[in-house]
Design a protein around this ligand. Structure first.
Ligand code: BG6
Length: 487
């Protein structure tokens, strides 16, 4: 679907996110001919550089973050021509006039203000945009996590943005929703009739959602230490995945219909009170170890981490959704840094067959399992029991029916931001978080954080390159279940 003429104004235009994600994603859309000629991209920052410098920076970013085979001179020239740059004080009054003049010439085009800045600037920038009369009817604002570090701070940010923009003009990015495989989860559930009748407590034993990363915290010590795995990954990405797995079929694939259903799931999440955190959650922190054959330092040795830190880099949670569909079905969630490999996967474990007709001594009949691999090696595997060929009787083995997206589709997998940025310009908020979703997710996380704060204990140690502290294994084994490591 083509995009209308637009002005995209990126505050934090020289920052890491702009260079690594936003500009490369826009480049790809330009290459695929989705950008109208009248699309302009306006970088804003405090840096006193010229427009030529900015274009040179952008060019270098493309070379670094766009695959070499996808770089071509025509697209590059066309794309770089769209770029403008202004130095201005986003919180104050200095330097705004050139931006005002540039935008004033085209008041009718879609205006997207992308706040790629620390959240404490969201409020002041929004106020300035209003004060300078830059907000038109077709304006919208884009913000990224972290939207708060608690319910109160999230509410404050939402209030500040909401004082200037209507909810339908606010696009809160959760980049997981831009991933092809996450969108595909909705296709799997709602474009196939096969699964829906089975998608409930009668047939499903439990669900596992694992987002494992091999990387550590890199140079982000300061940010990460004030966040931790629950705030950094669970409050947003993992709860969004849980919502998509657990939600009722929306009436249409539209912004409010989808988000209404996700919100119901968040509201149905059983609270884990401060006194239950020991039983239902596990916090871990990586010690030194080896990942991929390379030795790596522990979290406490990372730059920017204070000596008295008790921040977690791993979390496992037994969550429950208290509604008719999911009664008695645990959702085991886990995420961590410095795990053996990067792998995000959702596993739906079905129940056993009601009655076994085959002799138990020769067969280990296992129940069916659906594994949805979000990254890498994107695909879906449905584990089925099959007879092992041979005359020896009914011997069976579980074998996966394997759908590999790379094999099924030869196309390039677009970057998550490509889809999300085009949706911003088209005004489609289906894959963005609504205010009530963000705040309800915080309401669920908060008692857990409070319980941990009351315990005031160091997280349990795990060696880098392992699947987390042993107690996270105990968390599921207590229920006679086991984490799946498909490999
Ligand atoms: C970000 C977190 O939101 O998601 C990072 O802040 C994390 O800590 C990243 O590494 C993971 O994203 P992806 O797309 O690599 O799975």
């Amino acid at each position: 679907i083509p995009v209308q003429p637009f002005d995209m104004v990126i505050f934090g235009g020289t920052g890491d996110l702009a260079m690594r994600k936003i500009l490369p994603a826009l480049y790809y859309r330009d290459k695929d001919k989705q950008m109208p000629v009248e699309g302009r991209i306006i970088g804003i920052s405090r840096a006193k550089i010229t427009q030529e410098d900015y274009i040179a920076q952008a060019k270098a970013a493309l070379v670094e973050y766009v695959a070499a085979k996808d770089l071509d001179d025509d697209t590059e020239a066309r794309f770089l021509q769209r770029l403008h740059y202004f130095t201005l004080d986003a919180k104050g009054d200095n330097g705004w006039q050139p931006l005002i003049d540039l935008l004033a010439a085209r008041p009718q085009v879609v205006r997207a203000f992308y706040l790629s800045t620390p959240p404490k600037l969201f409020g002041p920038i929004c106020q300035n945009l209003a004060r300078k009369n830059l907000i038109t009817e077709s304006s919208r604002v884009v913000v990224e996590k972290p939207i708060g570090t608690s319910l109160a701070s999230a509410q404050k940010i939402n209030e500040e943005i909401g004082a200037v923009f209507q909810e339908n003009q606010i696009f809160r990015i959760d980049h997981y929703l831009g991933k092809e495989t996450v969108q595909n989860l909705m296709a799997l559930r709602f474009a196939n009739s096969l699964f829906e009748p089975l998608w409930n407590h009668q047939w499903i034993d439990h669900v596992q959602i694992s987002v494992a990363e091999a990387i550590g915290i890199g140079g982000r010590g300061e940010y990460y230490d004030s966040s931790g795995a629950l705030r950094d990954m669970v409050q947003n990405h993992i709860l969004q995945l849980l919502c998509i797995v657990a939600m009722e079929p929306p009436v249409v694939f539209g912004a409010d219909a989808v988000r209404d259903e996700k919100l119901k799931v968040l509201r149905a999440l059983r609270a884990i009170g401060p006194r239950e955190v020991r039983q239902k959650t596990v916090r871990g922190r990586y010690a030194s170890g080896a990942v991929d054959g390379k030795s790596v330092i522990g979290y406490m040795e990372e730059e920017g981490v204070p000596q008295d830190s008790i921040t977690e880099t791993f979390v496992a949670i037994k969550a429950e959704v208290d509604n008719w569909r999911w009664s008695g079905v645990p959702f085991y969630l886990r995420t961590g840094k410095r795990m053996p490999e990067r792998r995000s996967e959702i596993v739906i474990q079905f129940k056993e067959t009601p009655h076994l007709i085959f002799p138990k001594n020769v067969n280990q009949v296992r129940s069916n399992r659906l594994a949805i691999r979000l990254q890498p090696k994107e695909g879906i595997r449905l584990y089925l029991m099959t007879k092992v060929p041979g005359p020896g009787g009914m011997r069976m083995r579980q074998v996966p029916l394997n759908l590999s997206f790379a094999e099924a589709f030869q196309d390039r997998f677009p970057l998550g931001y490509e889809r999300l940025l085009m949706d911003v310009l088209r005004g489609n908020a289906t894959l963005f978080m609504r205010r009530d979703e963000v705040e309800t997710a915080w309401s669920w996380c908060e008692p857990i954080l409070q319980g941990w704060a009351e315990m005031s204990e160091k997280p349990q140690s795990y060696n880098a390159g392992t699947w987390g502290p042993t107690s996270s294994i105990a968390l599921v084994e207590r229920d006679n279940r086991t984490w799946y490591e498909e490999g």
